[in-house]
Ligand binder design. Structure first.
Ligand code: PLP
Length: 284
């Protein structure tokens, strides 16, 4: 298995970065996860758009042209024979003697890539996930896909310890922002799909964006607004979206059944439509 590290493909076991890489010392960097399905990258364009957005917000340069990034990603997937899974890309501000402010002499941004092979998406996801709620303890710019993920890690660990697959983060107003690594959605009793606006308070999920397009095409009723944890508890259906989970039904929140406790009908229709149009389609 290979990894890409600052200009070279190296064996995964030998892949290493400098100890004064600012990503390592300060979490001064960003990342992307692009899903691979049947050897193809899904929504590669929007993922690279978001990478550029995150880098711009932090004033880190794009390490190379988009064309070059795309070629490297494809080459790593080919070398590692990834069929299903994802490619992970990370860009940090680079190596410099430890000092919080940006280095005077701008270092070359550090670029690394790894791949992960995962089982082909299975029926398990379609049985529905359980989630627990947890306070959203993150900084005020989760729209930047920063490698600083401690609050997300702690929330996900809480979920795991509760036998759940995800944690839903709740802000100080009692509203659900998003999951620790997924976007959050509910379906109301009158069949309206509700999701929060992608402002600075959440990561603008690529799966979320693609699903919104699918919904528009298919004429689903949508409400873009925050929803409270209480509303989620009482919702008819709930689901999450992410690159590796696609559209996944949620059947329990904080131990309580959502709706009838089975994956929602509308949710499963959306999952099907997403898979047909985005995963098997042109890639959105
Ligand atoms: N929200 C957070 C905090 C995430 O880390 C992720 C990504 O994995 C998502 C949402 C879903 O985004 P995407 O659909 O681009 O995978």
């Amino acid at each position: 298995r290979y990894a890409y590290v600052n200009g070279r493909f190296v064996h995964h076991d030998d892949a290493a970065v400098h100890i004064e890489d600012r990503g390592y010392q300060f979490a001064d960097g960003v990342y992307e996860v692009i899903p691979v399905h049947d050897r193809r990258l899904i929504d590669e364009g929007p993922h690279l758009d978001r990478l550029e957005y995150s880098l711009n917000e932090l004033r880190i340069g794009l390490p190379m042209s988009r064309r070059a990034l795309e070629m490297l990603a494809r080459e790593l997937i080919r070398r590692n024979a990834v069929t299903y899974g994802f490619i992970y890309m990370q860009v940090t501000r680079g190596v410099a003697p430890r000092d919080h402010k940006f280095p005077k002499k701008t270092p070359a941004p550090a670029l690394t890539m790894t791949t992960r092979q995962l089982p082909k998406p299975s029926a398990e996801m379609e049985e529905g996930y359980s989630v627990v709620s947890a306070p959203d303890m993150r900084w005020k710019r989760p729209d930047i896909k920063s490698v600083s993920l401690l609050p997300n890690i702690l929330a996900k660990q809480k979920a795991a310890e509760a036998g759940c697959q995800e944690a839903w983060l709740v802000d100080e107003n009692g509203k659900v922002t998003e999951g620790s690594a997924t976007n959050a959605w509910i379906v109301t009793k009158d069949n309206k799909v509700v999701t929060r606006r992608a402002d600075n308070s959440i990561l603008s999920g690529i799966t979320r964006l693609s699903l919104l397009k699918v919904m528009e095409r298919e004429g689903y009723e949508l409400e873009v607004r925050p929803f409270s944890l209480e509303e989620a508890h009482d919702a008819r259906e709930a689901f999450l979206t992410s690159s590796t989970n696609f559209v996944t039904p949620i059947t329990r929140i904080d131990g309580r059944a959502v709706g009838n406790g089975h994956p929602g009908i509308l949710t499963m229709k959306l999952r099907q439509a997403y898979i047909e149009q985005v995963v098997h389609g042109e890639g959105g």
